[in-house]
Every structure is written in structure tokens, then in C-alpha cells.
Design a protein around this ligand. Structure first.
Ligand SMILES: Nc1ncnc2c1ncn2[C@@H]1O[C@H](COP(=O)(O)OP(=O)(O)OP(=O)(O)O)[C@@H](O)[C@H]1O
Length: 896
């Protein structure tokens, strides 16, 4: 469309829009923000608002859509949530004073990675803007990320691109800045929609980046930031700052906290695959809530505590002393229910101090934010008095106590200034209390008691001039006046100015009367202006205390973190594990916290896992559905929980610290990234084999299933061999497999131990005992499980017949003498070997053996049980062994 046909206003629009091609331009016109052209079409579609056109009758119709200025928040939230950027273009001069077209400018750009408003943020999740780049031509790269809503930022430099992307995928940034011309590597494809290419010179250029960083952090050199030898990281930080300057339209970023690079060696490293496989925050099906560790674990009450817990779960500690120090605080709070409850009650009154103070600093706050801040600060003295109690505090709590700041001055200021329920907007007055500001008090008195003041004056004049008949009147032309009827014959006071002569009366004004009148009329307007200014002053005063508020927010986050872990431990009856720097891993009575939370405590069978002495690889066999994956994952989760200072879902834990936990679980579908299931499996396996060290824990849930049986088995075999020798003594590994042939490795390779998850056959059905026991599984029971899953009887019967034939054939093969090593012999024919033990005939009742319940009863140690344990056990048995009403052929039917 040619510009010549457009109105001056639309020309102004297009000029501004030119600078923000990638943002939707919200263009302020009167009480509305309007969008034009394609922006209008997009907004109409996304926000479900009406699409109209500007100048509908003119030759050039311009698509237009708009939202009322006072209701933008919800619309902005929707746009940001869907990944759009929005440039807010305001009128920057008073339209009444404007000569010609009102001046307009973009006052800020809202982007998904820089939001600070609560309505668009998730309380317990950090919202990251990230930047990633490579230093010059070198191979060193870096990623930095910032949660602008709290001002906390960090980053990591690495020679391995893969590692940088692993970090980024893990933290799930809303936007990722990259230098123009950089290619997006394969593993970064999942973040494709979040990537923004920025000019190298404006954003990543090393000199400017360094300068920006020094200025923002107010330091003279990079040494205090630990960035002296990290040029790529400096560039990434510089890009973040440049982007913030551009979008936030502010030079002052002094509210950002100190940049602290991550030192990966200080933390238990969990890559994004492990985080996903263990369902820490999200189930494998993508859902959140029940089924995730987070759902069972998070008992924090404040957003700050929640975010700290998330961050810690992503980066558990590795240092024994640090962990035990935190565990000590959690233990205290587990033991002392009263203290924990008091802490919880007080923390419950605290709002998101970190984000509140950021909004206040940036001037993007509403009066409600101040009230939330005030109410949060009110909770501080009571929290302090808890810490002041005379008792032996663990050192960490002692530190918090010493650093405590009640922020009394800030609270008093807020209490003195703002009314209890201020309006949402700051331009209409009604925000401040009486007594806070003398000028405002006068205006308040006037606007609220103007009539009274006029009556007071009338009374004064009546008395002073002995004019009892003097009246006060008002008309639109003269405003307020005094009136004397013609009946009054005497002189009027000198300061009376005649304004109007009527048939029966004279009207006068006085200077004082006009002054009061002016004040009364303008008081309401003036009050709005004054309150607006007072609010800005108050904002600046409170913003000046940001650092103190952030320090207190940090303490509250930690208190909440500890109490949350303690509360979860109490709720789920977890125990305090012992940690050590050796390699032994002994978990007695371990449970999977998320599965247990979904199924209920009484239905969950605890299991022991021991990797002790020279043992390294536990090979776990057992039928499908037996519980192999569950026991694998619960072990990894218990280690993670232990290393964040938490109690663990086990009766006892003796846990050698891990430097990394790797998981390779099931088939993860990365087809969208152009990788086949097998390829993904092998890529993950390759990563484990390259990176796992002697202190790592490896969880392998099936390997090699996506290819031919022989290839798969051979691969799995070789992987076990590698793991058991790796890092001078092997890597602690739990390996669940359906390749029964692998169980031959026990005895052949030192450090390999067989375990299986016990099952029982009962009248042709399979009964899952869920108990991890030493030794290999006798066979796989795949057909029985398929029957449980509802595969039609005909197919099941046919499968059984085919299995019998295959086994027959394999028996024949076995009798053919084999040449070569023992391993080859056991490997190939073994694929179709009949089970080592004689197979029970599924449907013949005489071969059933003792009922599992009978066995369990015999094993029962009655003396070591509490009545509650006994009740729980009974309830579990009842659940397990009571037949469904519609079936006559299920376990337990003949046990009565
Ligand atoms: N210890 C346990 N106590 C109670 N229920 C359990 C236990 N372990 C597992 N389960 C239940 O059994 C289901 C199947 O477990 P899991 O997925 O671990 O089996 P699996 O042996 O890995 O199966 P597959 O070989 O088919 O992958 C779980 O979803 C859970 O509901």
C-alpha cells in the first residue's frame, strides 16, 4: 500500500512500526491501543477481538483492531504466552497541548523472556531469557540466562556445544538470543521457536559486551564476577544486557543481582534427558501434576521457596559438607512439628518479594504490589521471633538469624502512606492516608469538606461584619458569592467586591471566598496529580531498598525450602539418609515417591537396592510390568533427593555421592528432530559411555530393543562389559533388561550381579510380587502379560503355540555342538533357550506351589512389626488378593 494515501497518523504508525518489525505494535489512540494492518489481523485471530477497518468508506481500507487501555493486561498475557512480542507505543505528550499530531513513542517492548507481571508468570518457575554464542573462531562457547523478573542470572562456558544446549533445554528459556549467521545445531532444534538471531555487533561484540557488563554490575574489572577467563560468557552476558536495554528502554539495570557463573563440578549433573526420564517435573506423557516427583515433593509456601526448590532439583549439590549442613536443618524441622507449623503459618503470609521488588524498581508496579509488599513485611517480626527462640540452632539457621532484617523502616513507610485498599490505577487518587503529606491533607480536606469550609467562612463574615442576614449562594457564571438583600441598608465591608445587582439583592465576592472556591474546585484534580507524584516518590524510596528486600527474600526462600522438604518428609514418612564420599549405595525399603503418591502407601512394595563392595552393575530381569523401571527410577530419585539435603523415601539410605546421574529409559520419541527411536537410544547410550565416571550412577532401562535381536543383545552385552570396567573399577549401574542371556555375565565379569523382580504364577495368571530379589528371572512371561493387557484369547493361544515350537527348535539347536568361546555359545543359542528351571504348567493347579500369601506369612517377622505396620500389610494383602467380583479365575479364588 502506498503511503501517500494514508492519513498522517497512519504514516506515523508505519514510521514507528518500521523499527519493530517482529513485534505487534500497540498504538495508543485515546482510550484504546489500536493495531493496524497485519498486526491487527494477528491480534484479532489470537485474541478473538473484532477486526474492523480504519476509514471503512475510503478507498484504502486499513485493517484495525483494538483493546481498551485499561484492560490490556489480560490481552498482553495471552500474546506473550503464545510467544509474541509486543511493542507498547504511548502518547508522550498531552493530546490537549499537542500542536497537530500527538507525539508517540515506544515506551517498552514486552517479550516472553522479559516479563515481570505475575499474570504472565508461573509463580514457582523461573522465566528465562538466554543468550548463546561462540568466542571468535575458537571452539569455546557460552550460554548465559537471566530471570529478569527477579534479576538473578548465571551462565556456563564450555568447549562442548552439546553441553551448552543441554543446559538450555533443561532451563526451558522463553527466548534464546544467538548471533546472526550462526547455524542451529541438531540438538537445539527443540528450542527452534524460541531462537532470535541478533546482530553480532550490537549484541555479542566482545568489547561492547565487556563494557556493558562492567557498567551493569558496577565493577571495574571482570575478576569479582569470576569472568576474567571466560570471554565467551562475557559476550553472552553482553547480549542479554543489550536486549534488555532495547526492550525495556532503560539504561539502568542496576537491580540485576551479581552474575555468578555455574561451576558444574560443584553440582550433581543431571542432563535434560535424565530430568525427563525421571519425571522430575513432567511426566513422560508431557503432563504435570500427579506422577511427577515435583508433585509429591513440593510443599513450599512461597514462590521464592518454590523456585529455589526447582533450581536445586536441577542442580543438587555434590559437596558432602554442604549437603549434610542442609540436611541438618531439614532434620530439625522434621523432628519439631511445632516449629515447622509455626514457620509454615508465617511463611504463608509472604508474597513474591523478589518479583514485587523488581516491579517496584522498574516502575511497573501497581498499588496492589505495595500492599502485597507491606503485608509480607508484616510477617517478618513473627518469623524473626521464631529464630530468636533460645535453642541450639544448626549453623545455617544461625547465619540466617544473624543476617535477618525486619525492614521495619520500609514497612512503617508503607503503613503510614497507603490506604488499606487502594484503587488499581494510580492516576485517580484515593491511594494515600490522611496524615501522610500535609499538602495532600489540605486537598483531601478541601475536596471532602469543601462545603464545610465555605460555611465556616460565611459564619466568620456574618460575625465580623455584623451581617447576620448574609447568605452564601452559587451559580454557574460567578461561582460562589455572598448575597445581601436590599433590606440591608448599612455599609458592606471594604473587602466585599460587588458582582451583580438584582431587584432585591446585591451579590458580592471576597478574595478569601474565591481562594476557597478555587481550592475546592481544583482540589479533586490537584489531589489526583499530587497522589500520582507521591506514588512515584514512594516507589523510588522503596526501590532504593531493593537490595535489602532481596536479601530477606533469599532468607525466606531458604527457610521455605527447608520447611517444605521437612513437611514432605513428614507427610510421606521419609527417613534421613547417610551420605558419604565412597561408592557404596545401599537403600533399604526404598520407594518411588511419585508412584507411591499415586497408588497409596499401603499398595506400594518397598525394595532394597545394594551396590556394595566390588559390585557395579545390577542386571535386573523380570517380566513386563513387574516393576523394573520403577525400582531403577526410584534409586536415581533417592540419590537426587539425598543430594539436595532432603530425606528420602526409604527406611534407610547409605548413599555414596554421585557426580552425575545418567538415564536411558524406554523409547523417547524424537522423531520430530529427525531421529529414529533406535538412533535416539544409541545417542543417549553413547553419551553415557563417553561421560560416565567412577562416581556416576547409570540407569539403563532396556538397551538395544529397537534393532534386530542379535544386534541388540550384542550391544547390550558390550555396554555392560564397558560399564563394569570403566573408570578403573566400573560405574554403578542398574540395568533392566529382557535379554535373559545377559544374566550369564554374573560370574564371568567381576562386579555384575543378577537380580529379578519376583512374580508368581497362579492358576495360569501371573501375580506381581514387586520384590527385587537376587538371581535372574526364570523367564519373561511376555505372553501372560499380554493376556493381562487384554490381547484376544485367540492370539494369546496362538502365541503360546508358536513359543512352544520356537523353544522346541532351540532345544534342538542346543544339542548341536558349538565352537568358540563360552560367551558365544551362551549368547546365540541362548536366545531361544528354554528356561533354566522347569516351567510350571500355567493351568495345572497341582504345579502351583505354595500360594504367595502363604510364603509371605511364613517370612513375616511379627516381633519386628508395629500394630500399624500389621494393619497396613493386611490392607495391602486384601487389595492384592481379593478377587475382582466378575472373575472366578484370578489369584486368591482358591485360597479361601
Ligand atoms: N514396588 C512396587 N509396588 C507397587 N506397585 C509397583 C511397584 N513397582 C511397580 N509398580 C507398579 O507396576 C507398574 C509397572 O511397573 P514398571 O513400569 O516399573 O514395570 P517394568 O518391569 O519396567 O515393565 P516393562 O518391562 O514392561 O517396562 C507401575 O506403573 C506401578 O504401578
Amino acid at each position: 500500500m502506498s503511503k501517500t494515501k494514508l492519513t498522517p497518523m497512519l504514516e506515523q504508525y508505519l514510521r514507528i512500526k518500521e523499527d519493530y518489525p517482529d513485534a505487534l505494535l500497540f498504538f495508543r489512540m485515546g482510550d484504546f491501543y489500536e493495531l493496524f494492518f497485519e498486526d491487527a489481523e494477528t491480534a484479532a485471530r489470537v485474541l478473538q477481538i473484532t477486526l474492523t477497518s480504519r476509514n471503512p468508506n475510503a478507498e484504502t481500507k486499513v485493517p484495525m483492531a483494538g483493546v481498551p487501555h485499561h484492560a490490556t493486561e489480560e490481552y498482553l498475557r495471552q500474546l506473550l504466552e503464545q510467544g509474541y512480542k509486543v511493542a507498547i507505543c504511548d502518547q508522550v505528550e498531552d493530546p490537549r497541548q499537542a500542536k497537530g499530531l500527538v507525539k508517540r513513542e515506544v515506551t517498552r517492548v514486552l517479550t516472553p523472556g522479559t516479563v515481570v507481571e505475575d499474570s504472565t508468570l508461573s509463580a514457582k518457575t523461573s522465566n528465562y531469557l538466554a543468550a548463546v554464542c561462540w568466542h571468535g573462531g575458537s571452539k569455546t562457547g557460552a550460554a548465559a540466562w537471566i530471570d529478569f523478573s527477579t534479576g538473578q542470572w548465571t551462565g556456563v562456558q564450555s568447549k562442548h556445544q552439546v553441553q551448552l544446549w543441554q543446559w538450555l533445554i533443561k532451563i526451558q528459556p522463553q527466548e534464546v538470543l544467538m548471533p546472526e549467521g550462526t547455524e542451529l545445531p541438531e540438538q537445539a532444534q527443540v528450542l527452534r521457536d524460541k531462537i532470535q538471531f541478533c546482530p553480532y555487533n550490537g549484541y555479542f561484540e566482545p568489547g561492547r559486551a565487556r563494557e556493558r557488563l562492567l557498567q551493569a554490575q558496577d565493577v571495574a574489572s571482570l575478576t569479582p564476577l569470576d569472568l576474567e577467563d571466560k570471554p565467551a560468557l562475557v559476550q553472552a552476558c553482553g547480549a542479554l544486557l543489550a536486549y534488555l536495554h532495547t526492550t525495556q528502554r532503560c539504561e539502568d539495570l542496576s537491580h540485576l543481582g551479581q552474575f555468578q557463573p555455574i561451576q558444574p563440578n560443584r553440582f550433581l549433573q543431571l542432563d535434560e534427558v535424565t530430568e525427563r526420564n525421571l519425571e522430575l517435573f513432567q511426566r513422560l506423557d508431557g503432563g504435570k501434576g500427579p506422577g511427577t516427583l515435583w508433585h509429591a515433593l513440593d510443599r513450599t509456601l512461597t514462590p521464592m521457596g518454590g523456585r529455589l526448590l526447582q533450581q536445586r532439583l536441577r542442580q543438587p549439590w555434590r559437596d558432602l559438607r554442604t549437603i549434610t549442613a542442609h540436611q541438618g536443618v531439614v532434620a530439625l524441622l522434621v523432628d519439631d512439628d511445632g516449629l515447622r507449623q509455626s514457620l509454615r503459618e508465617r511463611l504463608d503470609a509472604v508474597y513474591d518479594l523478589e518479583r514485587l521488588t523488581t516491579r517496584i524498581f522498574l516502575g511497573r508496579c501497581t498499588p496492589k504490589d505495595f500492599i502485597a509488599l507491606r503485608n509480607s513485611l508484616k510477617a517478618l517480626p513473627a518469623l524473626q521471633s521464631l529464630l530468636e527462640e533460645d535453642r541450639q540452632w544448626p549453623e545455617l539457621l544461625g547465619q540466617e538469624k544473624r543476617a535477618w532484617d525486619n525492614l521495619d523502616d520500609v514497612r512503617e513507610l508503607l503503613e503510614r502512606s497507603l490506604v488499606d485498599a487502594p484503587p488499581l490505577v494510580i492516576t485517580e487518587g484515593g491511594l494515600f492516608r490522611h496524615g501522610f503529606d500535609p499538602e495532600l491533607d489540605e486537598l483531601l480536606d478541601l475536596s471532602e469538606d469543601g462545603e464545610g469550609r465555605l460555611q465556616e467562612l460565611l459564619h466568620k463574615e456574618q460575625q465580623a461584619s455584623s451581617l447576620p442576614k448574609l447568605k452564601l449562594g452559587y451559580n454557574r457564571v460567578f461561582g460562589y458569592y455572598f448575597e445581601l438583600s436590599k433590606a440591608h441598608k448599612g455599609p458592606v465591608p471594604d473587602h466585599f467586591i460587588r458582582r451583580q445587582t438584582l431587584v432585591n439583592a446585591e451579590r458580592y465576592i471576597t478574595e478569601e471566598l474565591k481562594t476557597i472556591e478555587d481550592k475546592v474546585f481544583s482540589a479533586a484534580e490537584k489531589r489526583k496529580g499530587l497522589e500520582y507524584n507521591l506514588f512515584q516518590n514512594l516507589r523510588e524510596q522503596v526501590a532504593a531498598h531493593r537490595e535489602r528486600v532481596m536479601a530477606v527474600a533469599g532468607i525466606l526462600a531458604r527457610l521455605d525450602y527447608w520447611q517444605g522438604l521437612a513437611h514432605a518428609a513428614r507427610q510421606w514418612e521419609w527417613s534421613q539418609p547417610e551420605l558419604h564420599s565412597g561408592l557404596d549405595l545401599r537403600i533399604i525399603g526404598g520407594r518411588h515417591p511419585a508412584v507411591e503418591a499415586t497408588q497409596g502407601r499401603t499398595d506400594y512394595i518397598p525394595n532394597d537396592v545394594r551396590i556394595e563392595g566390588d559390585d557395579r552393575v545390577l542386571l535386573i530381569t523380570g517380566p513386563n510390568m513387574a516393576g523394573k523401571s520403577t525400582v531403577l527410577r526410584q534409586t536415581a530419585i533417592i540419590c537426587i533427593l539425598a543430594q539436595i539435603g532432603s530425606f528420602v523415601p526409604a527406611r534407610e539410605g547409605w548413599i555414596g555421592l554421585c557426580d552425575r546421574i545418567f538415564t536411558r529409559v524406554g523409547a523417547s520419541d524424537n522423531l520430530a528432530q529427525g531421529q529414529s527411536t533406535f538412533m535416539v537410544e544409541m545417542t543417549e547410550t553413547a553419551r553415557i559411555l563417553r561421560q560416565a565416571s567412577r562416581n556416576s550412577l547409570v540407569i539403563l532401562d532396556e538397551i538395544g530393543r529397537g534393532t534386530s535381536t542379535f544386534d541388540g543383545l550384542a550391544l547390550a552385552w558390550a555396554v555392560v562389559e564397558d560399564l563394569v570396567q570403566r573408570g578403573h573399577g566400573g560405574v554403578r549401574t542398574l540395568f533392566a533388561t529382557h535379554y535373559h542371556e545377559l544374566t550369564d555375565l554374573e560370574g564371568q565379569l567381576p562386579g555384575v550381579r543378577n537380580y529379578n523382580i519376583a512374580v508368581k504364577e497362579w492358576r495360569g495368571d501371573i501375580v506381581f510380587l514387586r520384590r527385587l530379589v537376587p538371581g535372574p528371572a526364570d523367564r519373561s512371561y511376555g505372553i501372560e502379560v499380554s493376556q493381562l493387557a487384554g490381547v484376544p484369547q485367540g492370539v494369546v493361544k496362538r502365541a503360546k503355540a508358536i513359543l512352544a515350537q520356537l523353544e522346541e527348535k532351540s532345544r534342538g539347536l542346543r544339542h548341536t555342538p558349538e565352537k568358540g568361546s563360552h560367551r558365544q555359545q551362551s549368547l546365540l543359542p541362548g536366545l531361544f533357550d528354554p528356561p533354566e528351571k522347569p516351567q510350571p504348567e500355567p493351568t495345572a493347579p497341582q504345579d502351583q506351589g505354595p500360594h504367595p500369601l502363604e510364603e509371605a506369612l511364613q517370612e513375616l517377622d511379627l516381633n519386628g512389626m508395629t500394630p500399624l505396620d500389621a494393619l497396613n500389610l493386611l490392607s495391602r494383602w486384601k487389595h492384592e488378593w481379593t478377587p475382582p467380583h466378575d472373575s472366578q479365575d484370578t489369584p486368591g479364588t482358591s485360597s479361601s
